[in-house]
Design a protein around this ligand. Structure first.
Ligand SMILES: Nc1nc2c(ncn2[C@@H]2O[C@H](COP(=O)(O)OP(=O)(O)OP(=O)(O)O)[C@@H](O)[C@H]2O)c(=O)[nH]1
Ligand SMILES: [Mg+2]
Length: 661
C-alpha cells in the first residue's frame, strides 16, 4: 500500500544484510558502519513539501484536500499567519498532537524593532515601541509597509497574554491549533506550529508545510521562504483561478526562476486552484495559458500546471468517509450537478472532476520514482563498493606466493606515499575558482538590477499614488522613494541568496571533482582502490542586509524635487528625468551593498571550503588505512577465500534483487 516506505525499508534491509556480510572482515569496519548508518537514515527519511502562493489563493484548502479532511483553517480573509507543518505522528507525538514552538524573547524583540524601523520609529525598548504603534499614520502607507503594520497591531493585541509564553514550546490540542495558525495576535508569537497527523499522505513519510500568503512571508519572514525553496523536496505553488499574479507572487516566482537550475530535479508543481469557477473548458484553457505565460516571464519553462478544485476534492474525500455535513452536502450536489432528492454521486467521480487525481498521480510518481530512486541509487552505489572491495581482496589472496611477497614488500612504501599525496593537497585552485565565480556572479547581479530598475521605479512611482487631488504630494513622493529603496534592497537580497545557492552548487561540484581526482590519483598507486563518492554539503545562506545603506539620504531625496506635477511627470518626461537622477544616486549604495554581500559570501565559503577539505581528507585517509589493513590480511593469507567468495556472491544477489524489483 505504501510504496515509498516499502521501497525505503527494503533498501535499508539490504544495506543491513550487506553490512552483516562484511562486518568483522579485516579493513571493512568503516564500510560496514557506513552501510548501517545509511540504513538508519533511509528508515527515518522524510520528504518535505512546501506550499506557497498569494493570500487566499487556497493553499490551506489545497492542503486539506491532500490530507482528506478539514484540518487547516480556511477563510476568504488573510488566514494563515504562522508557518505550519503537518508531520507523521511519532511515539513521542501521537496523532492529533500540536507542538507550538514559540519565538525567543530576543527574536520577538528583534522582529518588533525591525517592523518599527519601517515607520522610522526607533524605540528604547519594546513597551516604548508598542506605545508608538498607535501613532503610526496609516493614511499614506506604502504597500510594502502594510505587513509590518499588521504584525505590530497583532503584537500589541496579543502582548499582555502571550509575552510570558515566549521562548518555550507548548503542546496543545486541535482547537488551540487553529488559534495559533490563524489568529494573528497569537500566531505572531510563534516561530512555527507542528501538527502530528496520521493520514495516507503523512504515512508516506511526507511533511506538508503550509505558509502565510506571499506578501507576509516576503516582508516578515525574510529568508524563510528561500530556505524552504532551497531545502524542500518539492514546492507547490498555488494561484487562485481568477486572481491576477500579484507583485508578491512574481517576486517568489522570479526567485524560483533564478535558482531552479541549481536543483538536481525539477521540484516545482503549479496548482491553478478553484478551477470549479471556470465557465467553460475554453475559459479554463485561457487561464492556464495565462499562468504559463507569467511563469515563462519569470524564467520558468515547461512548468507542470494542474487545474484543481480543492473544495470539490475535499468534499469528495469527506463523502468517501461519510463525513459530509448537511451544508457540505448541498455544495457537493451543486458541484456535481445533482438535484435534491437524487442519490449522491460516487466520491470517485467527484474526485476525478476536481482535478486532484491528475496532480497526485504525477506528484507521487515524482516522490516515489524520482526522489526515492535517488536515495536508493546512492545506497546501491555503496553496496557495489563493498562488493568490489571484497573482489580485490579475493583476487589478491588468490595470487601466487611470489606476487604476494612482492606486494607485501612495497606495501609500506605505497601506504606512506599515498597518505603523503593526500596530505600535500591544497585547495588553492578551488579557492581561486570560487572567488572568480563569485565575482562574475556579482557582476551580473548588478547588471540585472539596473536592467530591472525601470520596472521597479514604475512600480513605486505609480499614477495611483501620485495624484493631484490635494493630497500631500511631498509625503507621497517620499513614500514612493521608500518603496523603491525597499524593492531595490529586496531584489538585491534575493539575488544574493540565489548567488549563494549557485556558489553552493559550484562548491559541491568542485568537491566532487576533487574526490574523484584523489580517487584516480590514489588508484595509480594502489590498483583497485576507489574512494567513496563525495556527498554534497548544504551551506547555510548568509543573512544579507535588508536595507541599502545610504550615506546621504537628503542627497537622494533631492531627486524628488524634480517632480513638478502629475501631468509633467507621467505625460511628459518628468518621470524619465527623475528615474535617471535616482539611478545615478543609487550606483554607490548598490555597489556598497554588493561589496558587503560579496564579503559575506567570501567568508562563508572560505570556511566551508576549509572544513570540507579537512573532512574529506580525513575520510580519504581513513579509507586508505582500512584498505591497507584488508590488503595486508589478504597478502598474508589471513583470509578464508571460499568464505569471502560466498559473502561476495550473497552481496551480488542483493544487487541483482534490487534490479529485478
Ligand atoms: N470556489 C472555490 N473556492 C475556493 C477553493 N479553494 C479555496 N477556496 C476559497 O478561497 C478562500 C481562501 O482559501 P484558503 O485556503 O484560506 O487560502 P490560503 O491561500 O490558505 O489563504 P491565506 O492563508 O490567507 O494565505 C476561501 O474562502 C476558500 O473557501 C476552490 O477550490 N473553489
Ligand atoms: Mg491559509
Amino acid at each position: 500500500m505504501n510504496q515509498i516506505q516499502t521501497t525505503l525499508r527494503d533498501t535499508a534491509n539490504q544495506l543491513r544484510r550487506v553490512s552483516a556480510e562484511i562486518a568483522g572482515l579485516p579493513g571493512m569496519e568503516t564500510q560496514a558502519r557506513a552501510l548501517v548508518e545509511r540504513a538508519e537514515r533511509l528508515e527515518a527519511n522524510r520528504f518535505t513539501v512546501a506550499l506557497f502562493g498569494a493570500f487566499s489563493a487556497g493553499k490551506s484548502s489545497f492542503a486539506n484536500a491532500l490530507l482528506g479532511d478539514m484540518v487547516l483553517p480556511v477563510s476568504p480573509n488573510p488566514t494563515t499567519a504562522a508557518i505550519n507543518k503537518i508531520l507523521p505522528p511519532t511515539e513521542q507525538y501521537p496523532h492529533g498532537t500540536v507542538r507550538v514552538l514559540m519565538k525567543t524573547r530576543e527574536a520577538m524583540e528583534h522582529d518588533i524593532m525591525r517592523s518599527l524601523a519601517v515607520f522610522d520609529i526607533a524605540a528604547a525598548d519594546v513597551s516604548e515601541g508598542l506605545a508608538a504603534v498607535e501613532r503610526i499614520d496609516v493614511s499614506q502607507m506604502p504597500p510594502s509597509a502594510k505587513p509590518h503594520y499588521t504584525f505590530l497591531k497583532a503584537v500589541l493585541k496579543g502582548w499582555p497574554v502571550m509575552a510570558e509564553q515566549l521562548g518555550g514550546e507548548q503542546l496543545v490540542d486541535m482547537k488551540a491549533f487553529k488559534g495559533f495558525v490563524a489568529k494573528e495576535e497569537k500566531a505572531c508569537f510563534a516561530d512555527s506550529v507542528e501538527l502530528f497527523y496520521d493520514c495516507p499522505l503523512t504515512a508516506q513519510g511526507i511533511t506538508l508545510v503550509d505558509t502565510p500568503g506571499a506578501d507576509s512571508i516576503n516582508a516578515r519572514h525574510t529568508g524563510v521562504a528561500f530556505d524552504y525553496m532551497k531545502n524542500a523536496d518539492a514546492v507547490l505553488f498555488v494561484t487562485y483561478y481568477n486572481h491576477a499574479f500579484a507583485q508578491a507572487d512574481r517576486e517568489f516566482l522570479l526567485q524560483m526562476g533564478r535558482v531552479k537550475e541549481t536543483f538536481e530535479l525539477d521540484k516545482m508543481f503549479f496548482i491553478v486552484n478553484a478551477a470549479d469557477l471556470a465557465g467553460s473548458p475554453e475559459e479554463l484553457n485561457g487561464v492556464l495559458a495565462h499562468v504559463e505565460k507569467n511563469l515563462l516571464a519569470c524564467g520558468i519553462r515547461h512548468p507542470r500546471i494542474y487545474p484543481v478544485s480543492s473544495q470539490t476534492a475535499l468534499l469528495a474525500r469527506l463523502h468517501e468517509q461519510e463525513k459530509l455535513s448537511p451544508s457540505a452536502e448541498k455544495v457537493y450536489r451543486q458541484r456535481t450537478g445533482t438535484l435534491e432528492g437524487e442519490p449522491l454521486p460516487d466520491a470517485k467521480k467527484a474526485l476525478t472532476m476536481s482535478g486532484l487525481p491528475a496532480f497526485e498521480r504525477d506528484f507521487f510518481r515524482f516522490t516515489l520514482e524520482e526522489l526515492t530512486q535517488m536515495v536508493v541509487e546512492a545506497a546501491r552505489g555503496e553496496i557495489k563498493r563493498a562488493h568490489d572491495t571484497l573482489g580485490e581482496m579475493i583476487a589478491l589472496a588468490k595470487q601466487g606466493e611470489e606476487v604476494r611477497h612482492e606486494r607485501r614488500q612495497t606495501l609500506e612504501a605505497t601506504r606512506r606515499q599515498t597518505l603523503e599525496t593526500l596530505a600535500s593537497f591544497t585547495p588553492a585552485a578551488i579557492e581561486r575558482e570560487l572567488a572568480s565565480e563569485r565575482e562574475e556572479l556579482l557582476y551580473y547581479v548588478r547588471q540585472r538590477l539596473f536592467f530591472r530598475f525601470q520596472e521597479l521605479f514604475q512600480y513605486a512611482f505609480n499614477p495611483s499614488v501620485l495624484v493631484d487631488d490635494g493630497r500631500n504630494l511631498k509625503q507621497a513622493l517620499k513614500g514612493c522613494l521608500q518603496e523603491l529603496l525597499h524593492s531595490v534592497s529586496y531584489d538585491l537580497a534575493q539575488e544574493l541568496r540565489a548567488t549563494s545557492l549557485r556558489l553552493e552548487k559550484f562548491f559541491n561540484n568542485s568537491g566532487a571533482r576533487m574526490v574523484e581526482q584523489w580517487s584516480s590519483q590514489l588508484a595509480a598507486h594502489v590498483a583497485g582502490f576507489s574512494l567513496a563518492p563525495y556527498a554534497a554539503r548544504r551551506i547555510p545562506t548568509p543573512a544579507f542586509d535588508e536595507e541599502l545603506s545610504i550615506a546621504s539620504l537628503p542627497q537622494v531625496q533631492a531627486a524628488l524635487n524634480l517632480f513638478k506635477n502629475a501631468k509633467d511627470f507621467f505625460e511628459r518626461d518628468g518621470k524619465i528625468k527623475m528615474r535617471e537622477a535616482l539611478e545615478k544616486q543609487l550606483q554607490q549604495p548598490v555597489g556598497g551593498y554588493l561589496q558587503r554581500g560579496g564579503e559575506q559570501l567570501a567568508r562563508t565559503f572560505a570556511s566551508a571550503l576549509a572544513q570540507m577539505v579537512d573532512e574529506e581528507r580525513a575520510r580519504a585517509a581513513n579509507q586508505l588505512e582500512e584498505y591497507f589493513t584488508g590488503l595486508l590480511a589478504a597478502l598474508e593469507m589471513r583470509v578464508d577465500i571460499a568464505d569471502l567468495e560466498r559473502r561476495q556472491r550473497r552481496i551480488a544477489e542483493q544487487l541483482a534483487a534490487r534490479q529485478a524489483g
